[in-house]
Write a protein that binds this ligand. Structure first.
Ligand code: ADP
Ligand code: MG
Length: 604
């Protein structure tokens, strides 16, 4: 029999490895930036041309390489970062596989120049398609310069998969952004086709992050710092008003390494569940630190996925940490602390439709008319409905008395003048010279949640027995969840009993949701609990249950409310401690000041 098997040449194996490591120009950038950071660079310059197809060049001022190291660095499995398999369990560098340079050099025209600070000259190595063409001494400042020209020139199949220069540049930009956010202590400059695309100086994380995601988001970010044992979590996360429709602005890192991990992503989205709509994603930069032995980053050559030794610990810490922060609603504190307009300070108050009407009238040159506002939303006409008991035009609204306003911010909502309801979803009010818009659903939900909390702390959630027990079919794993969380379910008003197989009997539900679609609520709740992880703390679970019940207890969507109902809601809102205990942290009210309106109407 003839011999069928041969060992592949070094060059071919490098090309094969390149298929995994070097997917596109952005992956080359990622590898080169990792190397520069591992070399302790404080200043990194990236130059690209034609979306990285023509040129990718990274210059760093790190510790450089000696001639011997430089020559070794382009060999496969050549690394200075680990030595033996124990080191694999305690990786503190971004690289460790010793594959990148060899792979990149095998599929491009490659030039490496490097100099150690105490060496008089640098070494330059030229490689074409994996073959070393030249090695010589060169003059250069300390550090390393690597340039990659004509990427994939010798792998036509790969070349075909390259997108337009613009698309590739976009991916390059993303790669650089991820690195730049991870290391605010390092300055980065990126020049694409001779145009400077990014220049960030050394600074702190918030500055670096907002520089990359955009200044307008800066105010919406809230710091998160948690340490639990030897696991820590820090960074910045956005409140519910600042969301995006993709995950592109979710920057997550494990031990300084950017990752896109299922577990981490799931934990984050769980925490934001209910706070933001489906299909929306928060903006965040989250740094998870844990002992290197707790996480395996050697799952995939690009190192974007990781494996945790204790998955649920990490999951629960992330979810719990973000939830706690969201529950504290840091974005509300500003609105809540707004000074209430007093009689002296407020401009003359007039209504109907408050000062807006006046503003509009003035800007239109109309005097003494009551304009009717028609808002067209997606072609569906809708209008603000003035309530019958809204003040009559021209008649002054009795302003707050100064001492009243100071005395009690507890009457903030109930002392507002109701303008009307908008779109069956929002309540419009006037408070001093401010227009206050209230999301009626969010407000009712929060009021309900607060009531449940009160009930809970004064003896338990009121439960109602169903006239006829109902059965509900769950997944098998969910039946186990019912068993596991039986206690929490019971104290929040649910009586559920496994009935063999995947069936559960529901014989009582919280009073607040009795008569509503109890089965749907039960399903929702069990699905939620199943994802919570078995280690979730009682208080945490209960909180979650109460917010779910509250959510189901209010009618969603468009609903006309009469003035009595609105007054009642505003009154209950004053009894509600928003900042301390909102279920989801979705904003309840939004204030538009007269000044802002005047800006819109160009009156300033
Ligand atoms: P790895 O980063 O996994 O070790 P690479 O192929 O990316 O593998 O790099 C091989 C080695 O070359 C590194 O371990 C490092 O010693 C050296 N090296 C690469 N880039 C640089 C750089 N910019 N500055 C200093 N040394 C570098
Ligand atoms: Mg590397």
């Amino acid at each position: 029999m003839a011999q069928r098997i041969t060992i592949l040449s070094e060059n071919i194996s490098n090309k094969i490895a390149a298929g995994e490591v070097v997917e596109r120009p952005a992956s080359v950038i990622k590898e080169l930036l990792e190397n520069a950071l591992d070399a302790g660079a404080a200043d990194i310059i990236i130059e690209t041309a034609a979306g990285g197809r023509r040129l990718i060049k990274v210059t760093d001022n790190g510790h450089g390489m000696s001639r011997e190291d430089a020559m070794l660095s382009v060999e496969r499995h050549a690394t200075s970062k680990i030595r033996n398999d124990e080191d694999l369990d305690s990786i503190a560098t971004l690289g460790f596989r010793g594959e990148a340079l060899a792979s990149i050099a095998s599929v491009s025209r490659f030039r490496l120049a490097s100099r150690e600070p105490d060496s008089l000259e640098g070494t330059e190595i030229i490689i074409e398609g994996g073959r070393v063409r030249d090695v010589k001494a060169c003059g250069m400042p300390p550090g390393t310069v690597i340039s990659v020209e004509q990427l994939f020139f010798n792998t036509p199949a790969r070349l075909k998969f390259m997108r337009s220069a613009g698309t590739e540049s976009g991916h390059i930009g993303d790669s650089i952004a991820r690195m730049a956010i991870s290391r605010p202590d390092v300055s980065f400059t990126w020049v694409d086709d001779n145009k400077e695309q990014l220049r960030v100086q050394q600074g702190d994380l918030l500055r670096r992050f907002t520089r990359i995601i955009g200044k307008e988001s800066a105010n919406a970010l809230h710091p998160l710092n948690i340490i639990k044992g030897d696991v820590s979590l820090d960074g910045f996360i956005s409140g519910p008003a600042t969301v995006r429709s993709t995950t592109a602005n979710m920057f997550t890192y494990i031990n300084g390494r950017f990752i896109k991990d299922r577990v981490v992503q799931h934990a984050i989205m769980q925490a934001y569940r209910g706070v933001i709509d489906r299909g929306r994603y928060p903006v965040l930069a989250l740094f998870i630190k844990l002992p290197p032995g707790e996480v395996d980053v050697n799952v995939h050559p690009t190192k974007h996925e990781v494996r945790f030794r204790n998955q649920s610990l990490v999951h629960d810490l992330i979810q719990g940490g973000i939830e706690d922060l969201l529950r504290a609603s840091p974005w509300l504190s500003g609105a809540r602390q707004r000074p209430i307009m007093t009689a002296d300070a407020s401009p003359p108050l007039r209504d109907y439709q408050t000062s807006i009407a006046v503003a509009v009238q003035n800007s239109l040159g109309i005097k003494g008319h009551n304009p009717t506002f028609h808002y067209i939303d997606n072609g569906i006409p809708s209008f603000s409905v003035p309530l019958h008991d809204a003040p009559i035009a021209g008649e002054p609204v009795v302003p707050f008395r100064a001492n009243e306003a100071v005395e009690s911010s507890l009457s903030y909502f109930s002392t507002m003048t109701i303008i009307g309801q908008f779109h069956g979803q929002y309540i419009l009010c006037q408070s001093g010279s401010e227009l206050v818009i209230i999301d009626q659903h969010a407000a009712s939900e929060r009021v309900a949640y607060q009531r449940l909390q009160k009930q809970w702390s004064s003896g338990g959630i009121e439960s109602q027995r169903l006239l006829f027990s109902e059965t509900v079919e769950l997944a098998f794993s969910e039946v186990a969840t019912v068993e596991r969380f039986k206690k929490e379910l019971l104290v929040s008003g649910f009586e559920l009993e496994p009935f063999g197989g995947n069936t559960v009997i529901v014989s009582a539900v919280p009073h607040l949701v009795a008569g509503m679609e109890a089965i749907r609520l039960v399903r929702d709740i069990i699905a939620d609990l199943a994802k919570m992880g078995l280690t979730a703390a009682f208080k945490h679970v209960l909180d979650h249950l109460l917010s779910r019940i509250a959510c189901h207890s209010v009618i969603r969507g468009v609903r006309n409310m009469d003035s009595r109902e609105i007054t009642e809601l505003l009154r209950s809102m004053d009894d509600t401690d928003f900042a301390a205990s909102c279920p989801h942290g979705r904003p309840v009210s939004h204030v538009i000041s007269l000044g802002e309106l005047e800006k819109i109407f160009k009156r300033t």
